[in-house]
Write a new protein. Structure first.
Length: 195
């Protein structure tokens, strides 16, 4: 069976520099931006992001000529990582694979909220990223459904909206977020593995 196409991989590959030093700076800026967006939302300072990455503001602008390009690149990198995780966990037991992926998805929602807020949903990258997330998540959900451990009356869109809704609020800490997510996923799990 041929591998499923993930449009987000093409986006990430087209934006990432090829020279090693430039790629290191790019990666450092993406990580610093991810942290800053999680802490300060869409209003995170570009100067702070450059400082966190250990580069000058000029390096930030060479990689990301506009704030929008930085937001889109962080978003695409995060979705690309979720695609990679889906492939990585695919060999685990069906329920374990699905919940491991959803746990990472829940963590990514913090950055996604800040980026969606900044871009107002007006980005072609969102379509490619959504398609990639669905393509990565569908086999995990279907495997869990076929194994009899996940409800069959839902699709990947339902599941991702559930997790997004549950994780879309502020939590005291990660432990509380994980506990609430576990409670929500109890409503997805059937507890009756197929024979």
């Amino acid at each position: 069976m041929p591998a499923q196409p993930f449009p987000v991989r093409e986006i990430v590959a087209s934006r990432r520099p090829h020279r090693k030093d430039a790629a290191r700076n790019y990666d450092a800026l993406i990580e610093a931006a991810r942290e800053a967006f999680a802490e300060h939302g869409a209003d995170a300072s570009l100067e702070d992001i450059a400082r966190r990455a250990g580069v000058g503001i000029g390096t930030l602008y060479r990689n990301f000529p506009s704030r929008r390009e930085l937001f889109e690149s962080v978003y695409a990198e995060d979705v690309n990582e979720l695609v990679r995780v889906a492939e990585e966990v695919a060999g685990l037991e069906p329920w374990t694979a699905l919940t491991a992926w959803l746990d990472r998805f829940a963590g990514y929602m913090v950055t996604k909220r800040a980026i969606r807020e900044a871009l107002d949903g007006e980005s072609e990258i969102f379509d490619a990223c959504r398609d990639s997330l669905y393509t990565a998540g569908v086999p995990l959900l279907e495997r869990a459904q076929e194994a009899g451990v996940a409800r069959k009356d839902m699709d990947i869109g339902d599941l991702l909206r559930l997790v997004s809704g549950v994780t879309g609020t502020a939590f005291v800490d990660d432990a509380q977020r994980d506990r609430v997510l576990g409670i929500a996923l109890d409503g997805v799990r059937t507890g009756r593995p197929a024979n």
